[in-house]
Structure formats: structure tokens, C-alpha cells
Design a protein around this ligand. Sequence first.
Ligand code: IMP
Ligand code: MG
Length: 187
Amino acid sequence: MSDLNHDVAQILIGADELQSRISELGQQITRDYAGKEPLLVGVLKGAVMFMVDLSRQIDLAVEIDFMAVSSYGSSTQSLGVVRILKDLDRAIDGRDVLVVEDIVDTGLTLRYIVDNLRDRCPASIRICALLQKQKARATSPTIDYLGFEIPDQFVVGYGLDYAERYRNLPYVGVLRPEVYQTSQVEK
Ligand code: IMP
Ligand code: MG
């Protein structure tokens, strides 16, 4: 097995920094949703790690559900064409929905998801994203709870993948350029 850490050129956000920010987000959400039972909707697969850690920092009776979507484009760039691969298990009418997303780049995927969920008449719908790329995007919906702003670079780790790998790194980092070249030759 290859050493995943060796493929990483730079760590952008370390594991401790991730966890302490997620704890702050959890406290903020706990305050904002006091007296409510929000439904956390995670977007598979990238948001899984974030969803797990965030939900444990929310001191309310939350429910969790997941959606899987596919966004077309190259492996490192989204085109905003989205298809639902797995829908929610239950109806959300009257619920306070908090969409939990790993990263917002163009925001096109998120926009599609939020528009789709809004049609199902939830009581409220807000967005919590761990990462957002710095370049301001007109296409992106407003993020209500944001973990970190990051430079306009492709990142992996803590749920985020490149060709389905690196999701299990405990930090967010940038890959060495050789990694992309090698994997193209291999495939
Ligand atoms: P968007 O539609 O451009 O906002 O990107 C949507 C999806 O592309 C995200 O939910 C991620 O799954 C993926 N994505 C965007 N940027 C990155 C990145 O830097 N690393 C890994 N996945 C990314
Ligand atoms: Mg995603």
C-alpha cells in the first residue's frame, strides 16, 4: 500500500484546527436552533467526515439523512450539471433542514441541491459548508455556516477525494503535482 501522506505537498488545515473550528460551528448551530430538531442533510460522499464530527458537536436532538449527487465535469472541475443518485429517505416538509457540504467551489452543486430541497416545503433551509474557495462566486448560494475559506486550489483529505482516494486523511491538504500526472498515465 502506498503512503498517502507522501503524496501531499502541503497541509492547509491540520486535524486539530479542523476539530476546533467544527466545535465552534456546532456550538453556533446549537444556539441558533435552540428548541428545534434540525435535520442535517449530508451530501455524499465528501461530507461524511464533516457530518459525523459536526453532528457530535451539536447539543440538540438532530436527525441525519444523506443525499448523493453526481456533478459532471473533469475529476478536478465541476460543470454544474447535477443528477441525484441517492435521495433522502424521508420527506422534509415542515422540517428545519441544514445542508452539510464538504466544499463549495463554483457552488453549482449546492445551488441545485438547495433549489431541489426548497421545492419540498421545509420550514427552513440553511447551508453549512466546511470549506469555500476564496474566489467570490456569483453562482454560489449564501453559506450560513462556514468552516474555512481556502485558496483557489484543488484540495484533498477529511472526506475530499482525488479519484476516490485521500478521503481518509485527517487533515486538508494539497497534492504534489506528480500525483495527477502519474494517475493519468496509470488509467
Ligand atoms: P462545485 O459545484 O463547483 O461547488 O463543486 C462541487 C463538488 O465538487 C464538491 O462538493 C466536491 O465534491 C467537489 N470539489 C470541488 N472542489 C474540490 C476540491 O478542491 N477537492 C475535492 N473535491 C472538490
Ligand atoms: Mg461534495
